[in-house]
Each structure stands twice: as structure tokens, then as C-alpha cells.
Design a protein around this ligand. Structure first.
Ligand code: IFG
Length: 509
């Protein structure tokens, strides 16, 4: 039964016998009158349903479609439109489940998705997509019944930030590959895409005031492959594409370490000595020069341009593995650049080493450790900081599944699907409880990753596991239920052409 395969697991599911809804050739999508966002979501849903059903699936403003809303209680049952058959309605208001929550009610007359905000409608659409048979993912028509199981779902996320990260620096992923990745992660209610744009091997975002950063393709990737960069137009286009799928882009400019590519392009950032281009995967050898004023002029220009291109609230300053930066200098640097980012209207994200600089509570440390205790992160949480959880032994998608996984690394250990699933962000670090957790993020570092198929093989099925960890309440999820539900997703990925690791832990359908 499709209902039992929804990932992430919804908060509340109440089946209703005899209330299944069957999509038909005349099914319409009715959207909140006057809401362009709701209409765009309706059109997005229609593009998901048309290929496999072969139906026209018109998208109409609910009132223009003559929906029977006169006198009747709006939204209690699906809006039905005289003259046409049943409908899927996407309505705003009356959800009462927060900015991403939604209510999805299915009767024989239609499906009603109700949410307080467009993001909730979008989340409900992803659930509806999974309530339909897996064949709905077919790019070509499938002659079959398209049934949505009757009943009511009420749902909302446990944490507001569920993210995935692509490392464009070690290997550049093209805009089309990134868009395909966004389409896939949106299906699991992941709502942030962190782009690691700069590192020792490459600088991947055009900066108009420092044009040499992306001359020569921004430097090649690891092993000399994977050069390239995003023009500002391409970055802006990606941001808009992701926003249409309720995914917020989080750009990362890694500093003061991981800066070799910038110092290859601009020797003045390296005391006048051009750094040597690097295509090896080593880390921890580069640092900006903390005592040089040009360093802060550089940071100001880069932050200004990237912040201006980024409507989302976050700008990630990296801060990891600054082994070549003395601790005192690291603190000096962070205390000077955090205000620069905040002055440009962004909330600072940084890898958890940033807590060494005693940053203000507004700064979000991204935890990537493997230990269960980290006093400086716990101290930051005590001061009011919220922590983004990316424990490397749970959420790092570049870790091998097992020793014989061709791609990936193993410094944090092997991560099979169960390892990515059986952890809890609120008990991962001593002293960092539920109220201190902003959410979860699964980074995919690209030292060994090349193609989109490589990205997908490392991402699926572990990202859906992390997505459920970030969305579903602890009492709504357990490994036995997850592995069975996950099994039903294989046909969906296959129909979509998405590569995935056929983990022996899963009873694949
Ligand atoms: N650590 C480095 C990454 C990458 C990773 C590969 C962080 C925050 C190891 N920093 O993870 O640049 O090399 O697993």
C-alpha cells in the first residue's frame, strides 16, 4: 500500500476505508485563489503527474473553477468543481501546523492539501506524490489505476533545517547536475542546499571585483579533473530554481583555511608569493594572512557579492581545518569577518571549529565530528547558539558504505544505510539537546566523486535516511519501518533514472 512507504514518516496518519481517490482524465488541480505561489506549486504538481498518467491535469484558481465554496465549510472535504470531475486542491490557511506543516485529506471526491504557508503546500505535494503508485514517476504514460489511499495526514517537521551539501571545489558539478540534485532532494523534504564553492583546488563562483579567481576555470579539481565555475548569472539561476522547490541555497566561502586556489589567483593574498596550484586531496596547509589588510578587503568584496546574490538567510564561512592558522590568529580573523557577514544581512554558518573564536550566539556551528562530546560546541549551545548536525560517522555521504564501495573515503568509518538512520540529533553531543539543534545536513565531499551517477550512488539511499532523521518525530520512526518503506522507493528511483546503492540491508522491491 503506497501510504506505508512515505519518507519522511508523517506525524499523523489516519486511514479511511472506502475513501480512496482515483485520478481520472478530467482531474484538475485547484489552487488558492489569488496566490501565485500556490499556483506555481499546482503547476509543479501537474508536471509530476502528467507524464505517467497522460492526463491533461489543468491547474485552475479554485474560485475561477467554480469550486463549491459558497456556504460550505472550506477545505473540510476536497473542493469539487461542478462540470468537471474530482479535484486536487491546494489551499492556504487553516493548517495550524507551522511554516512547513500541512494537512492532506483524501476522500473519494478528491484530495485536499491545506497549509498555512506555500512551503507547507509543497511538502504536502511531495507526500501526495509518494501516496500514488511508484509508476507515477514514469516519464511515459502507464495505463493503470492511479489511486490515492483515503484518509487524513497531518504533518510538520521536527527541525526547520534539513540539508544536503555538494562540494563543487574538489570536483565541479554543472548547473544541470545541481538542478537534477535539487529535484531529487526536494522529494524528501530537504529544504537547504549548501554549496561548498571554494577550497584549495578550486574557486567555483565568479567574483566581479576579483576576476582572476575564476580565470583558468577556477582551477582544476582533484586529480586534475573537474574544473569549472558558476558565473553569477548561473548561481542566481540555481538559487531561483531551488527556491521554486522550496530549497534554500547556502553558499560557503571557506576561510581562513582551504584558501590555496585564491592564493594561486592572487599572490597579494599570499604575501606576494603565488601559491602553487594543487590537485591533491590534502587539507590543512593553506591560510589567509591574518595580519594583512588586503585579506579583509578581499573578504569584504567576496561576502558583499555573494550575499547580494543569495536571498537565503545563511552565508557559510567555512572555518574548518585551519591547521596553518595559529589559534590566536584564527580568533582574530573570525572576530573581524563575522561582523562583515552579519553587516551584509546574513546569519553566519561555520564548521564547528568556529566555536574556538567564542562567536556570538547568532553564529550557527555545523558539527562534523564523530565523538559524542564536544565541550566548545556544547558551550556555544549553552550561550544560545543553534547547532547544525552533520556527524561525519552518520551524515557524511562521501564515506564508503562498506570497504568495497568503489567511491568515497573511510576516515570517519563506514556508513551503511542503518548507520545513517539510527541516530538522533538531539542526543548526538552531550549538552546539545533538542532546543539547541537547528537541524541536520548530509555533506557529499567530491574528492572521489565525478559524475551525477556517482553523486546519486553515494546519496541514495542514505539521504532519505538523514531526511527522516531531520523531519520525523522520534516516536514516528524506527529502523524496521524505515527499511521496509525505503524498499518501495527503488522503483521510483529506477523510473527516474536515479542511481542508488542496493544495500543488502534493505528488502528492495
Ligand atoms: N574534512 C574536510 C573536507 C573534506 C572531508 C572529506 C570538513 C568540514 C574531510 N572538512 O569535513 O574538506 O575533505 O570527508
Amino acid at each position: 500500500m503506497a501510504r506505508s512507504s512515505v519518507i519522511p514518516a508523517p506525524m499523523e496518519v489516519r486511514p479511511a476505508q472506502g475513501q480512496d481517490f482515483r485520478l481520472g482524465p478530467d482531474t484538475a488541480i485547484l489552487t488558492e485563489p489569488g496566490s501565485a505561489r500556490a499556483r506555481h506549486i499546482g503547476q509543479y504538481l501537474a508536471t509530476l503527474l502528467r507524464p505517467a498518467t497522460g492526463y491533461q491535469i489543468p491547474v485552475l484558481d479554485a474560485d475561477l473553477a467554480g469550486a463549491t465554496t459558497t456556504g460550505q465549510e472550506r477545505g473540510a472535504s476536497a473542493a469539487t468543481t461542478p462540470g468537471t470531475a474530482k479535484a486536487i486542491s491546494l489551499r492556504l490557511g487553516g493548517g495550524g501546523l507551522g511554516p512547513e506543516g500541512y494537512r492532506l485529506n483524501t476522500t473519494a471526491d478528491g484530495v485536499s492539501v491545506r497549509a498555512d504557508a506555500p512551503a507547507g503546500l509543497f511538502a504536502g505535494v511531495q507526500t501526495l506524490r509518494q501516496l500514488l503508485p511508484a509508476d507515477i514517476e514514469s516519464p511515459t504514460p502507464v495505463a493503470r489505476e492511479w489511486t490515492v489511499p483515503g484518509g487524513a495526514i497531518a504533518d510538520r517537521p521536527r527541525f526547520p533545517y534539513r540539508g544536503a551539501m555538494l562540494d563543487l571545489a574538489r570536483h565541479f558539478h554543472s548547473p544541470d547536475e545541481i538542478k537534477a540534485f535539487v529535484d531529487q532532494i526536494a522529494a524528501y523534504k530537504i529544504n537547504h542546499l549548501h554549496l561548498h564553492l571554494t577550497d584549495d583546488q578550486g574557486w567555483r563562483i565568479e567574483i566581479l571585483s576579483w576576476p582572476k579567481l575564476t580565470a583558468g576555470d577556477g582551477g582544476s579539481g582533484v586529480d586534475g579533473a573537474g574544473g569549472g565555475y558558476l558565473t553569477q548569472a548561473e548561481y542566481a539561476d540555481l538559487v531561483a530554481y531551488a527556491a521554486e522547490r522550496y530549497v534554500t541555497v547556502v553558499p560557503e566561502i571557506d576561510m581562513p583555511g582551504h584558501t590555496n586556489a585564491a592564493q594561486v589567483a592572487y599572490p597579494e593574498l599570499n604575501g606576494g608569493v603565488a601559491a602553487a596550484p594543487r590537485t591533491d586531496p590534502e587539507v590543512g596547509y593553506s591560510t589567509l594572512r591574518i595580519g594583512d589588510e588586503i585579506t579583509y578587503a578581499f573578504v569584504e568584496d567576496v561576502v558583499r557579492e555573494v550575499a547580494a546574490l543569495t536571498p537565503g538567510p545563511y552565508l557559510h564561512v567555512g572555518g574548518d581545518e585551519a591547521d596553518a592558522t595559529p589559534d590566536g590568529d584564527y580568533r582574530t580573523f573570525m572576530r573581524r569577518i563575522i561582523p562583515i557577514v552579519e553587516r551584509h544581512g546574513k546569519t553566519v554558518l561555520g564548521w564547528h571549529e568556529i566555536t574556538k573564536a567564542d562567536p556570538p550566539a547568532s553564529v550557527v556551528p555545523q558539527f562534523w565530528g564523530t565523538a559524542g562530546a564536544h565541550p566548545e560546541v556544547a558551550a556555544a549551545a549553552t550561550r544560545g547558539a543553534r547547532v547544525l548536525m552533520s556527524p561525519a560517522n552518520r551524515a557524511y555521504l562521501d564515506m564508503k558504505y562498506t570497504p568495497d564501495t568503489p567511491l568515497g573515503l573511510d576516515w570517519a568509518g563506514y556508513i551503511e544505510v542503518r548507520d545513517a538512520y539510527e541516530w538522533d540529533p538531539a542526543t548526538q553531543i552531550e549538552g546539545v539537546g533538542e532546543a539547541h539543534v537547528l537541524g541536520v545536513e548530509a555533506p557529499l565531499w567530491s574528492e572521489t566523486v565525478r559524475t551525477l551517477a556517482d553523486v546519486e550512488t553515494m546519496t541514495y539511499p542514505r539521504l532519505p535516511a538523514v531526511a527522516e532523521v531531520g523531519w520525523s518525530a522520534p516516536d514516528r520512526r524506527d529502523w524496521e519501518s524505515f527499511r521496509r518503506r525505503l524498499a518501495a522507493h527503488a522503483p521510483r528511483w529506477t523510473l527516474r533514472g536515479t542511481a542508488f546503492h542496493r544495500s543488502p540491508q534493505i528488502p528492495w522491491e
